[in-house]
Design a protein around this ligand. Structure first.
Ligand code: SF4
Length: 288
């Protein structure tokens, strides 16, 4: 048995002592299980992991996974995740954001993270509604869906996160479904090993407030991406993303491109690391 294998933790060892306070049946439970399993499979050490989460029910995620964590202000997961990674490029950084947090108030950050291609994993837990604030229309709510803010039915077209990520030039784009938590953990393991910005669109129904996008309705639409799909073929990935009446699950697209860390030589320049006296002195010196 190799040293890495010997050091592997069980999935249950990534649980914290806090019990999730999501509603019974919330899709986010499946995502949490997938995180425990993927961390175990990838052999991540909690001291090497930082989970940055935004506002919304999904924002609580970091409390339940052994790691460093930062529950940040609305829509600002990506800038803070980027700052975390720049300060310590050895960390595995995960951003967790809901559909409202990531695609409304935080939507402007995504194309720029795509341009930078910084190595991190960004998971969009999409329940197509604002759950924490009791059921308002979000950027992914279906057209004509009635919510607290759209009592006569929504009139704005929903955003398609996968298509958007492909158009932005994200170098790893996948879709998963939290009711099938293996679809999430399989993608997470691949995303952890991807050298660049990886985005996973994880459909995660909200049984309390969304009576349109439900486990039943989503389960009728999902289907695995065909095995012969070539994930380096972006046009084909877009075609799959645009499929009518089907929600494909799996890896749509992956490309190898230089990361921001490589361009800035962050791995060689540990002078920003706050855990050394020299690093702290260098950092403070810039402001004197
Ligand atoms: Fe989950 Fe919806 Fe409850 Fe939030 S309101 S915890 S998204 S079921």
């Amino acid at each position: 048995m190799s040293q890495a294998q010997a050091a592997k933790k069980k999935a249950s060892e990534y649980k914290t002592s806090l019990k999730p306070i999501w509603c019974p049946g919330c899709g986010d439970f499946g995502a949490l299980t997938a995180f425990y399993n993927a961390f175990s499979e990838a052999g991540l050490d909690p001291k090497d992991v930082a989970i940055i989460s935004g506002i919304g029910c999904s924002g609580r995620f970091g409390y339940f996974v052994k790691s460093y964590g930062f529950h940040v202000v609305h829509g600002r997961v990506l800038p803070i995740a980027m700052g975390t990674k720049i300060s310590n490029s050895d960390l595995h950084v995960f951003g967790i954001s809901g559909d409202g947090d990531s695609l409304a108030i935080g939507g402007g950050h995504i194309p720029h993270m795509a341009r930078r291609n910084m190595k991190m994993v960004y998971v969009i837990l999409d329940n197509a509604i604002y759950g924490l604030t009791k059921g308002q229309a979000s950027p992914t709510s279906p057209l004509a869906m009635k919510t607290g803010t759209t009592p006569a039915g929504g009139f704005e077209k929903p955003v398609d996160p996968v298509l958007l990520m492909l158009a932005y030039g994200v170098t790893f784009v996948g879709r998963a479904y939290t009711a099938k938590h293996k679809t999430v953990s399989n993608l997470l393991v691949k995303a952890i090993n991807h050298d660049g910005f990886a985005v996973i669109h994880a459909i995660s129904p909200c049984p309390t407030f969304n009576k349109n996008v439900t486990f039943k309705s989503v389960s009728q639409l999902v289907e695995d991406i065909p095995e012969d799909h070539d994930p380096t073929n972006k046009m084909k990935a877009m075609e799959l993303a645009m499929a009518k009446e089907k929600l494909y699950l799996g890896l749509f697209y992956q490309s190898e491109e230089p990361t921001l860390e490589a361009k800035l030589h962050l791995h060689e320049k540990h002078n920003m690391k706050p855990d050394t006296k020299e690093g702290l002195g260098n950092l403070l010196g810039k402001f004197q």
